[in-house]
Write a protein that binds this ligand. Sequence first.
Ligand SMILES: [Zn+2]
Length: 317
Amino acid sequence: MNRSECDIAVKDSCSERVPGRPRWQMWRSKGLTLRASHPCPICQETEAEPRKLLTVVTHARPPEQIVRCTGCGLVRRDPPMSLERAAAVYNTTYYEQYEQSIGMTGDSKGELREHLRHRLQSVERRVGVGRMLEGGCGKGIFLEYARSRGWRTAGIEISESAGREARRKGLDVHIGPVETAPSSHGEADFVHMNHVLEHMIDPVSVLRRVRDCLASSGVAVIEVPNEFDNLFFQCGRILPRRVLVQPFPSTHQHFFSPATLRRALEQAGLRVDSYRTVRWRVGDGVGWLGRAIRQAVYMVEIPFGRAGNIEAFSGRR
Ligand SMILES: [Zn+2]
């Protein structure tokens, strides 16, 4: 879908008025429910509400659409992407686009590196330096940094090109999906998944694997985007809809909020030790006015717990 098609689709999705519903709630469910093709991974409910605007924002194409579980509120792609399709999506082009779009793996401004340095120091204060496992390690940037601080590291990466690049750094990396990677039981002092869980087809079963890998005193740090519950997106109701449309088709299966991530962690048998929303990347905005609006919103989103990412420190329950 190109930009102009997106604009038309977004406009259409927002033009359906429901009598008695305020204009600002139009992008929400219109009170319709459907039977999803797969049950919710958190509460097993199959009834869901379609989210038409989110379907457009993420470029989801039929038969895929974005729905919200009526049981627990988890927003997810339905039907989910298959593992085979995911393996084909996370290729070299995916990483190139990703680096262009948000600078996550390239991190040209160093914002992510700084955020992760602080995170590792925080982990070391809790568990010292030991064995670390990273699910979705990309090109091994964080593993390499942890290794330089004395950690014994291992990683899992679905992208063959990114995984090979990590291996060239001498890192121990299993190339394949996190869901099917061989796991060690109770050996990891630190399990890290940064912006990975939202790509998983069954995030609760992946979190159970995380729990199984952890030593009894180990810590798991999970960060996911707070994609549609952050204050900037919520304020987007009054902005031109094209501002919300993502630059590339989303490959996310799930779109967590602080409440649904916490519920997923607890469902998997993890104890949530600390929990907050964070924003480590300022973003470029749309012109000077867009940047000014972003900065204004960002100043208030963290105190309200509505920043663009959710970070959870967890342990075995
Ligand atoms: Zn649910």
